[in-house]
Design a protein around this ligand. Structure first.
Ligand code: NAP
Length: 263
């Protein structure tokens, strides 16, 4: 895979770069000679990911231990990246930390999902879009989900937040192409990651892809925005963008709750 380091380097920021899809993205970017800033909360996986990348590729890797939902998030990112030339932002963090009926969620859990997937994506994309417009090149990737295309019982706030991500990406893509900056929203499907394991979601055998597959589709399509759908989700995506919303949500509910056969 060829990543254009002249366009997307010399530095890339990966928000959510320590586990799952993030380190796979990081590895390809580092192999293309792009230096990295990795952001995540847990120090150990973050430092391990950085150490492995430095040892394997020799690029510079900075780490920023940060909760992307923190009120001072943008200031912290500004401080950590102020003097470097960032050509690529990938906002990967976003999985729901909760699953269940919305009325059982606490208000702060809903706010956390919105901060992570709406506020976080919007303000970081805006921050780096301005800087990339000045230099006349770059790329911004916002990770989405098939859940963002249809109401999704069990993860209602998450699905709503991912819908925001797609529409925000689409408009930003149109504006930023006039500045030489690519914007891409990736519709991610079932992917085996540590976050899913922690949430207790075990995908049926053979139905999930690995994080490397998502990293490849993402990096191969940086210039093919505004939206790329993981190939195994293409059919579902096409079913879910239909106007008969009641049927779409019923279908998605059956899918999510794993009772397709009984419905
Ligand atoms: N896995 C799937 O089946 C699936 C399906 C559809 C869409 N997606 C999307 O794909 C992306 C990656 O998902 P994932 O399953 O790998 O889980 P994830 O929880 O989004 O984790 C990915 C990375 O983000 C970091 N992260 C999570 N929350 C953070 C926070 N509040 N502040 C800073 N860093 C944070 C994690 O490290 P720390 O935990 O140490 O912070 C990790 O490095 C997400 O946007 C998700 O919505 C995933």
């Amino acid at each position: 895979m060829q990543v254009d380091a002249a366009k997307y380097g010399p530095w890339a920021v990966i928000a959510g770069g320590s586990e799952g899809i993030g380190p796979c993205l990081a590895r390809h970017l580092a192999e293309a000679g792009i230096n990295l800033v990795l952001i995540a909360r847990k120090p150990e996986p973050l430092e391990n990911a950085a150490r492995e990348l430095r040892a394997a590729t020799g690029v510079e890797v900075r780490t920023l231990g940060l909760d992307l939902t923190a009120p001072d998030m943008l200031d912290r990112v500004r401080d950590a990246t102020g003097e470097i030339d960032v050509g690529l932002l990938i906002y990967n963090a976003g999985a729901s930390h909760t699953f269940g009926p919305t009325i059982d969620w606490q208000p702060e859990d809903i706010v956390r999902i919105i901060r992570l997937n709406v506020e976080g994506q919007a303000v970081l994309a805006h921050h780096f879009a301005r800087k990339m417009a000045e230099r006349g090149s770059g790329g911004i990737v916002l990770m989405g989900s098939l859940a963002g295309v249809a109401g999704s019982p069990g993860v209602v706030p998450y699905a709503g937040a991912k819908a925001f991500s797609q529409i925000y990406s689409e408009g930003l893509w149109w504006e930023m192409r006039h500045h030489g900056v690519d914007v891409l929203h990736v519709v991610v499907g079932q992917t085996d990651t540590p976050a899913m394991e922690r949430l207790g979601i075990v995908y049926p055998e053979g139905t999930a892809v690995g994080p490397e597959a998502v990293a490849r589709v993402t990096l191969e399509n940086l210039a093919n925005g505004p939206v790329v759908v993981m190939p195994e989700m293409q059919e579902g995506f096409e079913q879910f963008v239909r106007p008969d919303r009641r049927n779409v949500v019923e279908t998605n509910a059956s899918f999510i709750l794993g009772n397709l056969e009984g419905s």
